[in-house]
Design a binder for this molecule. Structure first.
Ligand code: ZN
Length: 469
């Protein structure tokens, strides 16, 4: 029997149609799969119609990081141009945080454009860097750049540090083992560290920097662990002028090992750490911190420096700002001899009786005066009469240090009375209060040092003493 040739034609065309249909279906479903993944990447955001434009394109980028996919979202809408790099992790909570951050950035940006009658005034660019630590932790660092007008560009940073196995997002509290003393040590170090690099300290706004480095947990949540170092990030123009961009402070982990929770400590060990600033020896050594307030004084301070040198003693001078400028050469001598300088306000008021602003002005003007002469900021603060303005001490970044032995040298003004008071009260870790504006104190000091040295005491600065405790 012969088949009707029409049946062959029909069969062939049916097969052909089927192939075309399958091909088409595969193409469409492949395409929709792609769209789906790009949508789910930034998905909750796309519900906000302002962000979802037909002219948004998401492209998957190569990723060197296991468990992290990276997408680049580009807006081709000429009225709201932007480029955003965002990661998708295997952890839902982190993806949500990232989405929230990126959406907020886009919304702010689009609002800014809308407010300007849809005239493009800026361009948004969010970049991403990823760092891995110990094969367990990832740091995500987002750098958001937004051009405001022709040549001004805002740069701000957002970070996430997380355990890729447990999904836990780690903040400064966890990093520093929930220990406020650890944060205080870091705070003080970070404050000084920013002022070290060439080209930085001229550009840092010392008041803003002081505030940005207060020992408050949420001020330390923008960080990454990168090349075995902790990197802290600050927005452009917020703590320094624009010249240095978005500043960072980088500290080797081995240096801050003692203040890190054990799981974050670096395997690299270092003899030099944040808690052993100078010496690292006999734990049974006896120490005292000699402190001299209310100077500097043109002759008395110099005599005290000479006596301290004779005993290889280091001390701390709490200086009054308005005397600093008059006695610049002595201030420099104090630093040159390796002593510590403390801030003792501008003109010695009872801070409790001052408003917060006035108390802060006393503090900052003195810091600046000392910096202008020596190139260093004071490292400790002591309120006159030991009378603290609590609101003010909460605000400042330097530790507030009082004393444990008051020699009453200002009252006796008698060199032979200095030693007996100290003999009676001194013990290990005493902080001894004297004043380098009384000749009697300078005259009695040699006897005091001879006695303490014979008793086995080492003479350290206040910061060193605190570091040992
Ligand atoms: Zn005083």
């Amino acid at each position: 029997m012969k088949r009707n040739p029409w049946i062959d034609v029909l069969l062939v065309s049916a097969i052909f149609t089927l192939i075309v249909l399958i091909g088409l279906f595969t193409f469409i479903s492949g395409d929709s799969k792609f769209q789906k993944s790009s949508v789910s990447a930034s998905s909750p955001p796309l519900e906000s119609e302002e962000i979802a434009t037909d002219q948004t394109l998401a492209v998957q980028m190569p990723s060197d990081y296991k468990g992290i996919q990276i997408y680049k979202e580009i807006s081709n809408d000429p009225s709201i141009p932007y480029t955003v790099l965002y990661p998708i992790t295997e952890i839902k909570k982190i993806n949500e945080e990232i989405t929230q951050y990126i959406n907020q950035a886009k919304e702010q940006y689009i609002t800014a454009v809308r407010l300007n009658n849809n005239k493009v005034i800026s361009d948004l660019d969010i970049n991403l860097n990823i760092y891995e630590y110990k094969n367990i932790y990832y740091s995500l660092v987002f750098t958001k750049k937004q051009a405001i007008d022709g040549d001004h560009q805002d740069v701000s940073i957002q970070t996430f540090f997380f355990n890729k196995e447990t999904g836990e997002i780690i903040d400064s509290l966890t990093l520093l083992n929930h220990e406020i003393h650890n944060l205080e040590k870091l705070s003080k170090y970070v404050y000084q560290k920013m002022l070290e690099p060439e080209g930085y300290k001229e550009n840092v706004d010392i008041e803003k920097w002081g505030k940005a480095t207060h020992p408050k947990w949420d001020l330390y949540n923008r960080f990454a662990v990168q090349n075995n170092s902790l990197v802290l990030y600050y927005d452009k123009g917020k703590v320094a002028n624009d010249e240095i961009g978005a500043p960072t402070v980088t500290i080797p982990l081995s240096f801050i090992n003692p203040i890190l929770a054990p799981e974050f400590q670096s395997e690299t060990k270092s003899d030099m750490t944040i808690i052993t600033p100078v010496k690292n020896e006999n734990p049974n050594a006896k120490r005292v911190a000699l402190t001299f307030d209310d100077g500097p004084h043109e002759t008395v301070t110099n005599q005290i420096l000479t006596t301290l040198d004779k005993y290889h003693a280091k001390a701390t001078f709490f200086m009054v700002g308005n005397r600093v400028e008059r006695n610049a050469s002595i201030v420099k001598e104090v630093v040159a001899h390796g002593h510590e300088i403390g801030n003792h306000t501008w003109n010695h008021p009872d801070l409790k009786k001052l408003s917060l602003d006035d108390a802060l002005a006393q503090y900052h003007s003195t810091n600046n005066a000392i910096y202008n002469i020596t190139g260093y900021y004071p490292t400790v603060f002591r309120p006159p009469y030991g009378s603290k303005n609590q609101e003010m001490t909460d605000e400042i970044s330097l530790p507030t240090v009082l004393w444990t032995v008051d020699t009453l040298d200002w009252k006796y003004k008698n060199s032979s009375k200095l030693l007996p008071v100290i003999q009676n009260r001194v013990k290990n870790n005493s902080i001894i209060l004297m004043h380098d504006i009384h000749q009697s104190t300078a005259n009695g000091l040699d006897g005091v040092l001879a006695y303490l040295q014979q008793q086995g005491y080492e003479f350290v600065t206040v910061s060193e003493l605190l570091a040992y405790q």
